[in-house]
Design a binder for this molecule. Structure first.
Ligand code: UDP
Length: 369
């Protein structure tokens, strides 16, 4: 089989790359291991009419106008501001920590200035390494030990199965700390969920005469049969190199979907469970698109070591191995016309908008080089 461009993976990174290259006139063949497009943002309507994110909750948010414009070419976005509660000390409070969270935990009202003062007091009375170089110290340096223990420590242990001091500070930077009343999970300028779902959105990205797709095919099994001038790889980085520097860890999830015979299950789209139960969080999908139904579908997330690779695990060891693999990948990019992009192929904790930005930049560089 002959094609101009071969793309491995029909997730958001592969699909975006495919579209950009197809629009530039290249014939693109996409080979996808799963039996569907859209990778881990795949969603479907269940038998109760609720749009379910098969691989866990995905909320699109970005400050990048170019990315927002790009993605809006392929589907209408439903206005949605994500809100999360955390189950702590027997009740639910807003998360990330804001003024309301502090008032509920410390049992008295705070002005924003008092909330800041309270956090300073908590921090002063805490032990941590400064400058903070890991997840634990980064959080304690912002909220102190008590709140760290309440909201972060055990969630992080459950999610990553390692002590939070082994996790990179960058992971902590995903979560803001607030002393105002803003209870949104993200403050990006543009936020939403595709009105007709991510699968339809990606279908529309892929809907181009120059794009063909092979689903349910393992690239590593058929690679000798495909002849391509350019290859874009979005699969696992270590797998491409046959694990020569050792395995990179990925974190998976067991996602248990349950439909309940009641209108609502909980008071927010997502409730986190840092300290209780084996799951990390419960998502109630109908909130995303404000879907009306007498029943509701929720998803319990249980972190797992094995299974579909959803997350990269940002420990020192993994990041050191990543460097070795990535150096090799970047070398190949210069000599072999193969490019590595996306969460798995760059071993990077990208959000969806960051994937689109990275892919766009990469294609620009390739096409101008
Ligand atoms: N986190 C935490 N407590 C929470 C939520 C998140 O300690 O209630 C930490 C945890 O280590 C998690 C990380 O922050 O893995 C990033 O959280 P985010 O919500 O961005 O995770 P994702 O949605 O990507 O699973």
């Amino acid at each position: 089989m002959k094609t101009d461009v071969l793309i491995i993976g029909a997730g958001l990174s592969g699909s975006t790359a495919g579209r950009l290259l197809a629009e530039k006139g290249h014939k693109v063949l996409i080979v996808e291991r799963l039996k569907h497009i859209a990778g881990h943002c795949y969603d479907y309507r269940d038998e109760y009419g609720i749009t379910v994110h098969k691989y866990g909750p995905h909320i699109f948010h970005t400050n990048n106008e170019k990315v927002w414009k790009f993605i809006n070419n392929f589907g209408v976005f439903h206005y949605y501001q994500h809100r999360v509660l955390s189950y702590a000390e027997g009740g639910v409070v807003p998360f990330p920590i804001n003024r309301t969270t502090l008032s509920k935990i410390f049992g008295r009202p705070f002005s924003s200035a008092e909330a800041e003062e309270k956090l300073r007091e908590e921090i002063v009375n805490s032990n941590f390494n400064s400058p903070p170089e890991n997840f634990k110290d980064t959080i304690i340096s912002q909220v102190g030990e008590r709140l760290y223990n309440l909201f972060y420590k055990n969630y992080t242990l459950k999610q990553w199965n390692t002590e939070p001091e082994n996790i990179a500070a960058d992971v902590a930077k995903r979560i803001p700390i607030r002393t105002n009343d803003d209870d949104r999970y993200f403050t990006d300028k543009y936020q939403g969920v595709p009105q007709h779902g991510y699968t339809k959105l990606v279908e529309s990205i892929l809907n181009h005469d120059n794009i063909s797709i092979l689903l349910g095919e393992d690239y590593f099994k058929i690679k000798k049969d495909i002849n391509a001038d350019m290859v874009i790889y979005t699969g696992e980085l270590d797998k491409y190199f046959n694990y020569k520097y050792g395995d990179l860890q990925y974190r998976s999830l067991d996602l248990k979907m349950i439909n309940y015979e009641k209108e609502y299950f909980q008071n927010a789209a997502v409730v986190n469970y840092p300290n209780d139960y084996d799951w990390t969080r419960i998502t109630e999908f109908k909130y995303f698109l404000d879907e009306k139904s007498e029943r509701t579908t929720v998803c319990f997330e249980y972190p797992r070591a094995k299974g579909e690779p959803y997350y990269v695990v940002m420990t020192k060891e993994n990041l050191k191995k990543r460097r070795l693999y990535l150096d090799e990948a970047r070398k190949l990019e210069k000599t072999e016309n193969i490019y590595f992009i996306g969460r798995l192929a760059e071993y990077k904790y990208y959000n969806m908008d960051q994937v689109i930005e990275a892919v766009t930049d990469k294609i620009d560089t390739i096409e101008s080089g």
